[in-house]
Write a protein that binds this ligand. Structure first.
Ligand code: TXA
Ligand code: MG
Length: 322
């Protein structure tokens, strides 16, 4: 069975009001949305994604009134960042109010909140009387979806409706910043650490590199296609190798530095632009599986700005599945 795909906001509202599941476009990736204040609706998200219950969800809102209902306190620095980056790809972890079900937060005393920028997401949210819990609309551990078709390909039989808002412009998930203690980045994403620090000063980076239930969701292995991804090493290449270069420019440098082998080259960005690379990333990884590729060598981005978020995704996508 496949889901209906369309642009019908009122139909989406109807489904969500009745506790159903709608895939919703955001500027980062497509989300699998349900009424975030209704535990039985939220439970359907975990079931559809096969997501472990220890991995908490983000609540999506369209206005500050809803924010004040679901969190108990907004520190001054968080307010400043919200003014600057909302709507947009920045998620805040804040102390939760009693209204938020434990299922959403996996029993934590904090809740993750974000105001998405996609016009359809905003319109949908503004027609609802509750926030939407929405993780990325992919089976747990797989590559996140950046088109309605990506959602259909993998979760089509598990969702009531897919709201089609075109290609996601950012292409990687929101940055998550926690204000439980001192401001700390838990996940790199669409807003860079430098952008944040230019506004509120130094923040710590606790993007963990290990499976650690204390930092749920930040698992070693995530975002992974079935195709095996290997770090690019010249001495492992041969004529049948397939390489995902960052850009034609970095490819040129790689051959100049190491010597040349004629093999198959793919690129994350044709124009050597990190915004373009981020927007293409998940589609490119999905293509490997669609084409039935079994092994691809991966070149990392330069590790600064958005490149850090891209590399974070690539590293986790490369990590071995258990
Ligand atoms: O861009 C995005 O953030 C997308 C779109 C759909 O908005 N959503 C998304 O959701 O990436 P998801 O569920 O794939 O990732 C949410 C992450 C999880 O890794 C989870 O561990 C973390 O947010 N998270 C949620 N609540 C948290 C909390 N209270 N404390 C720490 N981490 C939390
Ligand atoms: Mg996800």
């Amino acid at each position: 069975m496949r889901s209906d795909i369309g642009q019908d906001i009122l139909k989406s509202v109807e489904i969500l009001n009745h506790g159903g599941l709608v895939a919703m476009p955001t500027e980062t990736v497509y989300g699998l949305a349900a009424n975030g204040l209704d535990p039985s609706a939220v439970a359907k998200i975990f079931e559809a994604k096969n997501r472990p219950f220890f991995d908490p969800l983000i609540l999506h809102i369209a206005n500050v009134d809803t924010l004040n209902q679901i969190v108990s306190n907004v520190p001054q620095k968080a307010k400043i960042l919200m003014d600057y980056f909302w709507p947009g790809p920045l998620t805040f972890v804040l102390p939760k109010s009693n209204l938020v079900p434990d299922l959403v937060t996996s029993g934590h005393a904090t809740v993750a909140v974000r105001m998405p920028k996609h016009p359809m997401a905003i319109e949908l949210l503004s027609k609802l009387s509750f926030p939407l819990a929405a993780p990325s609309a992919n089976p747990f551990g797989y590559v996140s979806p950046t088109t309605a078709q990506h959602v259909q390909d993998q979760l089509g039989n598990k969702i009531d409706y897919i709201l089609d808002g075109g290609n996601c412009t950012v292409g990687i998930e929101s940055t998550i910043i926690s204000f439980e203690y001192e401001p700390s980045i838990l996940r790199l994403g669409g807003v860079t650490q430098q952008q944040i620090e230019s506004i509120i000063g130094p923040v710590t980076l606790s993007v963990n590199e290990h499976s650690n239930p204390k930092a749920p969701g930040q698992l070693d292995q995530h975002y992974s296609p079935y195709c095996k991804l290997k770090q690019l090493k010249f001495n492992e290449l041969n004529h049948s190798s397939i390489i995902l270069f960052y850009s034609p420019e970095t490819e040129k440098k790689f051959w100049e530095t190491n010597g040349f082998i004629n093999c198959n080259a793919l690129y994350l960005t044709m124009h050597h632009q990190s915004i373009e690379a981020a927007a293409n990333l998940f589609s490119v990884l999905r293509e490997f599986d669609k084409k039935g590729l079994t092994e691809v060598f991966i070149e990392f981005a330069e590790n600064e700005g958005l490149g850090m978020a891209i590399n974070d995704r690539l590293k986790r996508a490369m990590a071995k599945r258990d």
